[in-house]
Design a protein around this ligand. Sequence first.
Ligand code: SAH
Length: 253
Amino acid sequence: MTRKIGHIALVGAGPGALDLLTLRAHSRLKDADVVLYDRLVDPAIVDLARTGAERIYVGKEVGRCAWPQGRIDRLIVAKAKLGLRVVRLKSGDPSVFGRACEEIAAARAAGIEVEIVPGVTAASAAAASIATPLTERGETDSLILTTGTARPGDAAPDRARLAYPGTSMAFYMAVQRAAEVQADLLAAGAPAACPVDIVERASTPSERHVQTTLGQMSQSIAEQGVQNPAILFIRYPKSLAAALSGTARIIAA
Ligand code: SAH
């Protein structure tokens, strides 16, 4: 008897809205024997799996892991070794702050085929919701996807590198770290007038948009009670730098 060979798919569930799921993600879900999912994945998406599929909640949230990553890695490998088709559903795109590297490495180490199914990342969905594109010709020509939260013990990303005219930043997992992000960018020379858009729960019925500036960002978050999950967009448009350097010339003159 030939042994069935298992398969692991790391599948992007998108930002929340069911109809932002890709057709490929839908197809992997329908074929799955086991589905592992976490907190940010809508139950309606998990329900697309066939009735008999095993569903395992591995509830992870920012800074708190109900299931340590190593346990998830071992479980997906163990299930695939039984010859099962395993879907590891991840919010947004598995490749963006999705801990996908660990799961890919675990699958490869066990000799199991692993596939990534991309999804709509939160920054794309949030930008669409507020009809403010991630890049704008002539204004913001570099797009940075970055995080407010580092692993305990790791240094925060070097934000001084981000404070340049022409940069559009999307901060993930940053609500609790907004004051630190704001202080770092201002200290690195980003103007307080940089426009900030905060999109909470993009693509869901409870989506919310808060507009502010870099100088007011953490105050606005506190006043409006912004909660995770949210994306903080901070833009440093070239025209703002030009306008401010014009002002500086006038003051200096
Ligand atoms: N892989 C995911 C990101 C996981 S990290 C992706 O590609 O989108 C979790 C962070 O993603 C949250 O803290 C939040 O910053 C962001 N996020 C996820 N879903 C979101 C949503 N619907 N609206 C706004 N931000 C979201």
